[in-house]
Write a protein that binds this ligand. Structure first.
Ligand SMILES: *[C@@H]1O[C@H](CO)[C@@H](O)[C@H](O)[C@H]1NC(C)=O
Ligand SMILES: *[C@@H]1O[C@H](CO)[C@@H](O)[C@H](O)[C@H]1NC(C)=O
Ligand SMILES: *[C@@H]1O[C@H](CO)[C@@H](O)[C@H](O)[C@H]1NC(C)=O
Ligand SMILES: *[C@@H]1O[C@H](CO)[C@@H](O)[C@H](O)[C@H]1NC(C)=O
Ligand SMILES: *[C@@H]1O[C@H](CO)[C@@H](O)[C@H](O)[C@H]1NC(C)=O
Length: 382
């Protein structure tokens, strides 16, 4: 039995419950609900357009199975539900009772599986090399939902599931690699235990290489996973440095033909690493913070015409400026920070004349002015 089958049964039950409720006469007068549907179960689910695995649904994320059921109910086609409800009204009491019994049996047989069981099914599916590509995608999409609660992520780690998922990072199919990176990233987010397990599996180096992928989606998810693995984690950040992750970041920041989302993520991570350093002064500063080419690639971003990217670059520079290893003269003379801030000021003035951008541009300008002030202070000009 595949996990997706179990999911469908769960969704089906929730849809049936809704149909039952929508038909007042069918509610047991003593308050109990009569399970009823006149349609073939599978058909109803398909008709209602309830298909787990759609990219946009997964993107939204479900915090739990319960959330997913609510989603299923909310997304069921009202016309289908209404029709089904009408059909049930035509059934005789005998027929209804028979349906009710059948559904009760089904519920008992299913014994609504726990998240741990669902994860185990998905993992053993993945661990089967004869699994079809489609089912492999589905198994990973299911894990994507299931690993969101922290206890589930820990369970997946303890049961050896993370190892199986990490193995998928080298699959020949880019979608499988993308989904595997996404699952590892989600499971590692704000979870030091899982971070360590994933690092021990050696996934960081693989993920850093994946950011170079020609598939944009794969690159974005790989960078997401790298960030989730090294955030707030000293050991991981040292491994990241050793694996030359900073060269990857530098390549992404300075490559103008790359997806803008990827470049935003890269500079955001730089700002985040610098902020973490500021909060953990006992930790030796990463040598990247004094690498002039690396700093230059950050500075260059503040004049790329994308307010979001510029804002993130300014945040990163604001944090970098406050580090011990930063040499303000290098930022001025080698990286051209002074001139870049000036040019940005003019750009922002133009943007502020545009009604649609005015407020955002004004916010970015006040951040820019703040960075300029800090920079002048560092240069001893105040
Ligand atoms: C209604 O519910 C009561 C108690 O829950 C039960 O005894 C009775 O059989 C139910 N009637 C129908 C028609 O299902
Ligand atoms: C692996 O998957 C194939 C195809 O889905 C299936 O026939 C087979 O039983 C599975 N093997 C195991 C060990 O589950
Ligand atoms: C995956 O399959 C291998 C054998 O092919 C087995 O040794 C391992 O325990 C399985 N892992 C999981 C998590 O099911
Ligand atoms: C990424 O690709 C570039 C250009 O092909 C190459 O120079 C670089 O070494 C690659 N980086 C990684 C981390 O694989
Ligand atoms: C920039 O990115 C493009 C698209 O991924 C890639 O083909 C190219 O090699 C990259 N340029 C450099 C200098 O790495």
């Amino acid at each position: 039995m595949t996990a997706i089958y179990l999911f469908r049964c769960l969704l089906l039950l929730s849809v049936i419950a809704l149909v039952g409720r929508s038909s007042a006469e069918k509610v047991n007068s003593s308050g109990g609900m009569v399970w009823s549907t006149a349609r073939d179960e599978a058909e109803l689910v398909e008709d209602s357009g309830v298909v787990i695995g759609e990219q946009d649904q997964i993107d939204g994320g479900f915090s739990s199975l319960d959330g997913m059921l609510h989603w299923a109910i909310g997304h069921s086609d009202p016309a289908t539900l209404k029709e089904a409800a009408k059909d049930t009204q035509k059934m005789s009491m005998d027929e209804l009772q028979k349906r009710q019994l059948e559904l009760k049996e089904l519920v008992e047989k299913l014994k609504l599986p726990s998240d741990a069981q669902l994860m185990q099914i998905a993992v053993s599916d993945l661990n089967n090399s004869s699994l079809s590509l489609e089912d492999r995608h589905r198994a990973l999409q299911e894990l994507l939902i299931l690993v969101e609660p922290i206890d589930n992520a820990n369970d997946l780690s303890k049961s050896g599931g993370l190892k199986v998922v990490a193995g998928e990072l080298t699959h020949s199919d880019p979608d499988v690699r993308k989904l595997a990176a996404w699952v590892l990233g989600k499971a590692s987010q704000n979870n030091p235990f899982v971070q360590e397990q994933v690092l021990q599996l050696g996934a960081l180096t693989t993920l850093i290489k994946m950011v170079n992928s020609s598939s944009e989606e794969e690159a974005v998810k790989a960078l997401f996973a790298v960030s989730a693995l090294i955030r707030n984690n000293i050991a991981a950040q040292d491994m990241f440095y050793a694996a030359q992750g900073y060269i990857m970041l530098q390549d992404v920041m300075s490559n103008g033909s790359l997806d803008i989302k990827l470049r935003r993520k890269a500079v955001f991570l730089v700002g985040d690493l610098a902020e973490f350093q500021l909060q953990n002064t006992e930790k030796a500063e990463l040598p990247i913070f004094s690498d002039r080419l690396f700093l230059q690639s950050v500075v260059d971003l503040i004049v790329v015409l994308d307010l979001d990217l510029q804002e993130k670059a300014l945040e990163a520079i604001k944090n970098l400026l406050q580090l011990k290893s930063i040499e303000p003269l290098i930022l001025r003379d080698f990286c051209g920070l002074e001139g870049a801030l000036e040019r940005m000021k003019l750009q922002l003035k133009e943007s502020m004349a545009d009604e649609n951008m005015r407020d955002y541009a004004a916010d970015v300008e006040s951040l820019r002015a703040e960075v300029e002030l800090i920079f002048r202070g560092k240069l001893g000009l105040l």
